[in-house]
Ligand binder design. Structure first.
Ligand SMILES: Cc1cc2nc3c(=O)[nH]c(=O)nc-3n(C[C@H](O)[C@H](O)[C@H](O)COP(=O)(O)OP(=O)(O)OC[C@H]3O[C@@H](n4cnc5c(N)ncnc54)[C@H](O)[C@@H]3O)c2cc1C
Length: 245
């Protein structure tokens, strides 16, 4: 991942909570001089963890909180690795090392171009920060967020995103569920994978916006191909490699 104006700093865990099934958010103290742009990421290194494995003690995470927020929050699916077991068991006060900010999946400046944010599962993280900050700053950009999850149970931040839509008239939220047959909840929104037809239904035009994609690698690849096939310029499609989850 691209590294710009980064620093190594010490921070500590403030609190953690479950935000969807098998999914947790971790709030860390924001070092006083730490500055970042919405959409950027940090590497977190556990200091003296109680266990470790071949995947190591460092992991990259998008920052979920907005730059205007008080803390540095990350969110992740709780897979069974030493790193995530340590994080899950950690008590408030646990020290970590933070490197960042990293990456450039940040909102373009030209507000005449809409931003179309395509999120799969916990790939919602960089876009939470972008939508929260855009609402805080009352940015003039039109923001379209398409958010694909298997079930509402898996969809982190669903209610907050619905309420952000009420607060920000330029934010258009299109959640879709791909496995409602396994859900205990009801759902009257979109169903099925993100497709060109779904984009066409909700966008004024598929040509013109800048597209941002975050989610499972297969989804990122499939959506890139779909956009290219629809004639979207490569320069208007932005994503970043995130591996090791
Ligand atoms: C820029 C970026 C930032 C990221 N930031 C983080 C982070 O901060 N924290 C973190 O834990 N992970 C992060 N990731 C990792 C990434 O989101 C995970 O690899 C991914 O989310 C896997 O798990 P999931 O359980 O969320 O997805 P799943 O629940 O498996 O899938 C999510 C949705 O994508 C759909 N989908 C899956 N495959 C396809 C396909 N081929 N075509 C269309 N739709 C498909 C599914 O149907 C489902 O609706 C990031 C990835 C990127 C690219």
């Amino acid at each position: 991942m691209e590294q710009v104006d980064t620093a190594i700093q010490t921070s500590k865990l403030l609190r953690s909570e479950q935000i969807a099934e098998g999914t947790m958010a971790f709030h860390f103290e924001k070092p006083e001089d730490f500055q970042f742009k919405a959409g950027q990421a940090i590497d977190i290194t556990l200091v003296n963890p109680t266990e470790t494995d071949a995947e190591g003690n460092t992991r990259g995470f998008s920052i979920v909180s907005a730059p205007s927020g008080d803390d540095l929050t990350i969110a992740t699916r709780m897979r069974d690795t030493a790193f995530k077991r340590c994080l899950k068991a950690a008590a408030p006060g646990m020290k970590v090392q933070i490197i960042g900010p990293l990456g450039s999946l940040t909102l373009h400046k030209n507000a005449t171009k809409p931003a179309v944010l395509l999120a799969g599962g916990i790939g919602i993280t960089p876009f939470m920060s972008i939508v929260r900050q855009a609402t805080f700053e009352q940015l003039p950009h039109q923001l379209y967020l398409f958010y694909s999850n298997r079930r509402p149970e898996d969809a982190a931040f669903l209610e907050e995103l619905q309420s952000l839509q009420q607060r920000n008239p330029r934010f258009h939220f299109v959640p879709t569920m791909t496995e409602m047959e396994h859900s205990q909840r009801t759902w009257d929104g979109e169903k099925g994978l993100l497709t060109g037809e779904m984009l066409t239904k909700h966008l004024e035009s598929v040509h013109g916006p800048i597209y941002y994609i975050a989610g499972p690698p297969a989804m990122v690849a499939a959506l890139r191909t779909m956009l290219s096939t629809a004639g979207v310029d490569e320069d208007d499609i932005r994503t970043e490699e995130f591996a090791g989850y």
